[in-house]
Design a protein around this ligand. Structure first.
Ligand code: T5A
Length: 236
């Protein structure tokens, strides 16, 4: 049985990485095979691209160039890690994916939508997210959280952008959730860690019940049924 591909999206410091690590432990404890990856990154090639884009080294070449670099990193992550894991029945938890390109390069970067979608189709073939959590919170709250964990060199290329751009990104993610309610669930990420964890766990449990996904070790998986539309979890 093919695995499940779950992506986590949202603004800066929304709490995605924290929740992914926690959720992975919980799912592994439940008997699932889990792979964590991130974007840009995951593979050595994609991690090299990560350094180039997040350091700001590519900024001078324009947002189209940055969009292509993110797509190149994604292609490597998809081919080397994500697809093989899904084929193996693994649950893949990915910290950011195609929606980040739609929002950061598209909505706030001004890159042509058709150009972005063409690259998206090319690199995500066979690895489209089954489920996407959009971590929603006011950008000033997320940036304050992120600032607590900034490395010595301070904010990265995208964390430096002003609040207006960060707010545009927030709206961009919410629009994707509205346009694709079958795939996306909005999580109110401004809540306490405990409340976000609870909302996320409940949404994952509901999703697995809907697709009748069971841990390998606990029972034989049944065939995947058509999913019902998802409702918002812990959202405002
Ligand atoms: N990008 C990425 C693009 O422009 N295009 C693309 O296509 C892709 C894929 C990636 C950057 O690249 C851009 C977007 C990004 O700017 P990154 O470092 O991976 O860079 O950036 P983020 O994904 O934003 O990583 P962050 O670490 O900033 O955010 P997280 O992972 O959402 O937050 P997390 O879990 O690290 O938490 C941050 C802090 O908040 C605390 C945590 O303990 C931590 O200290 N925290 C909470 N505090 C209070 N209440 C809660 N509920 C909390 N949850 C976490």
């Amino acid at each position: 049985m093919r695995g499940q591909f779950i992506t986590f999206e949202g603004g800066e410091g929304a709490g995605k990485s924290t929740q992914i690590k926690r959720l992975a432990k919980r799912l592994e404890k439940d008997g699932y095979d889990v792979l964590i990856t991130r974007e840009p990154g995951g593979t050595s090639g994609a991690e090299a691209v990560r350094h180039v884009v997040l350091s700001g080294a590519a900024k001078q070449f324009g947002t189209d160039m940055e969009a292509v670099l993110f797509a190149a990193a994604r292609a490597d992550n998809v081919e080397q890690l994500i697809k093989p894991a899904l084929e193996n029945g693994t649950i893949v938890l990915c910290d950011r994916f195609m929606d980040s390109s739609r929002v950061y390069q598209g909505v706030s970067g001004g890159v042509d939508k058709e150009f972005l979608l063409a690259m998206e189709r090319a690199v995500t073939e066979g690895a489209r997210p089954d489920l996407t959590f959009i971590f929603d919170l006011p950008p000033e709250v997320g940036l304050a959280r992120a600032a607590d964990v900034w490395a010595e060199d301070g904010p990265d290329r995208f964390e430096q952008d002003d609040l207006q751009l960060q707010e545009a990104r927030r709206q961009g993610f919410l629009e994707i959730a509205e346009e694709e309610p079958d795939r996306c669930i909005v999580i109110d990420a401004s809540q306490s860690l405990a409340k976000v964890s609870k909302a996320l766990d409940a949404a994952v449990d509901t999703y697995f019940e809907t697709i009748q996904r069971k841990p390998k070790s606990k029972s034989t998986p049944k065939s995947t049924s058509k999913r019902k539309p998802k409702t918002k979890a812990g959202s405002k």
